[in-house]
Design a protein around this ligand. Sequence first.
Ligand SMILES: [Zn+2]
Length: 509
Amino acid sequence: MTLALYNTMSRTVERFEPLAPGRVSLYTCGPTVYNYAHIGNFRTFLFEDLLRRWLEASGYDVFHVMNLTDVDDKTIKGATAAGQPLRTYVEAFITAFHEDRHYLRIRDASLYPRATDFIPGMVRLVQGLIDRGVAYRSDDGSVYFAIERFPRYGRLSRLDTRELKAGASERVSADEYDKEDARDFVLWKGARPEDEAVGAAWDAPFGRGRPGWHLECSAMALELLADKWGGEVLDIHAGGVDLIFPHHEDEIAQSCAFTGEAEFARWWMHGEFLMLSGTKMSKRFGNILTARDLRLDGVDPGAVRLLLFSTHYRQKLDWSDEALESAREGSRRLGDFRDRLVRAAGEGGGSGEDPAFVEAAATFRRDFSAALDDDLNAPRALAALFGLARDGNRLLDEGRRPGPTTLGALTLSAAVLDVMPESRVVLAPGGVEARGEVGPVVIRTADYTSETPPTDRPAADAWAVAWAGRRREAKLARDYGEADRIRDLLRAAGYEVRDGRTGVEVVRL
Ligand SMILES: [Zn+2]
């Protein structure tokens, strides 16, 4: 197996090799928490989730950092309009981001640093750039990066000087800052009264102010990488294509000018836009669909993931009701196959797995891995999964018996693509909670992913049922170690789980 990934820096697919064997540092630019992230933003986050999951499935220890931009023009504007301190204003959007992320089954990053928690590191970075003579202070108290003193500027975006100038001036026309060169970008913005009013200004040797957006990512990435593994070069830096210029170009300039390294990241990876009726989804165009809209509409996250993975991450994707409907249908079909397979495997009573199933699972694993190794070709990996469902259904029709190999293939697909519908556990009528007032309840396992039970009683009961369902799945997949671990987890929380004839029983001790 050889993983190859497209590198925006070289514009080619390169064989992936991390700096240190067996481990990968991954930095992904996170949301600016002034609003609800839309589904176009989440397309990027899902591409990064797929990248991270495939790296882990390939055996790498991944250190994944996603920052939260909680201080910039937009957050300050929002806090001002709401009449709240910045930290208070962004809190609700941070919570919402994590809720939406959980809904879409995006795995937890190792760390979610907030920019305002890393001001000292940002100040050190700016001071370092001033000391090295690549940054200067202007009359308005801001500090700028002098692009002409960093000859490699523009290497990632491959824009010529004229385009760089146009791009830079377009972005800063609204700002009344005083620069030597139109292309120069701001590292530190001198404090204005409106910044002070919402608590968005900090002291620094070069003047009171706040960090520029580009600076935030460089400072957090360098500081957290140094803490974790040491070193000043990331293995992979990822984001949406709109971040190539100027954001990532500026990150490279600041970081490399500071560290003296030739690179800031070995791989630069970028996800394409999501389009809605042929137009890029953007807050600016007002054609927004948020993850919470989908959640409130009861759209299964498996279907959303399936839709977004049905187009390669480097191609534009058109979101439409029809596409969503067909993704729902596809996800349902896969879920039905899973349920059928799990049932048939459970009825096997330990007898051997049919060789035809072993072969179908092996074919799936081969095609699935080859697809993802080829620059994360998720559409092809999905085709392999649908192929397994088609062949597997036929084998089940023929009365053949599936077993651990086939269940293992489904486990792999769930660990990486995770496109199947929520599994539902029905609390059996014999279960304690079903007796009396409640009746049979359907618990969505995905709502209870934490290993710590909620504090209120009904939620804790539902949590216990969800984990009992996971234990049952683990047993059916013959992962007895995991089943035992979950039993102990439940016991520690005060629940006993029993496998009854009518289903799983959960008893509060
Ligand atoms: Zn960034």
